[in-house]
Ligand binder design. Sequence first.
Ligand code: ADP
Ligand code: 5GP
Length: 204
Amino acid sequence: MGSALASPRRAPTKPRRAGHVFVISSPSGGGKTTVVDRLRRRLPRLKRSVSVTTRSPRAGERNGRDYYFVSEQRFDQLRRRKQLLEWAKVHGAYYGTPRRPVLDTIARGRDMILSIDVQGARQIQRALGRRAVLVFLLPPSIADLRRRLHQRRTDTSEAIRKRLAAARRELACASWYDVRVVNDHLERAVRDVLAVVRTTQQKG
Ligand code: ADP
Ligand code: 5GP
């Protein structure tokens, strides 16, 4: 048969490799927000997941930027409809990661960063396997953590007391994370996390 009937030759399309999900955990006050903000200034293509929470906004926090602030009823609905990739109760409030933005982003080959607690990190590890890289930010000491929580001036003394009690339990989970980074000197910690992201991206 003539070549005129042959289908036009297409350039072979390379199957797109899925992106990675970088999970950053630490006790409250460990520096997740600060480190992730600085990291994203250096890696503008790294998308940040915006979680849903039932806790009240702190001064300066904006709905849709820092969190989606929702009622318990709405949170329950999202959970029942399987719209959360993971969720947990942390310090008395519910928190969860919207499923679609994460799965769509990595399906397009882009990377995403999640600042979530240790219970959520476990669920992400189970759900995404090798596509998830878990980084634990360690405070230099509990005394430093207490000082940073007080200096941040966003939580009451009672909230700080609860967060420090939880910190001791959370720190015990650092051992099953892929990488541990000590957040002593801020710029050094950012550089260490940046190196984890770059190494992972190079490996593909
Ligand atoms: P998280 O998001 O983990 O709760 P934050 O990023 O809000 O923690 O950090 C808690 C406080 O500690 C903030 O006031 C922040 O500016 C401060 N902080 C973070 N990293 C460092 C560091 N390496 N040295 C000193 N202060 C820090
Ligand atoms: P904060 O109230 O200080 O913003 O967050 C309290 C804790 O909840 C932190 O350990 C933070 O990482 C965690 N957290 C925030 N969003 C999520 C989420 O979507 N899922 C889970 N599992 N934890 C979250």
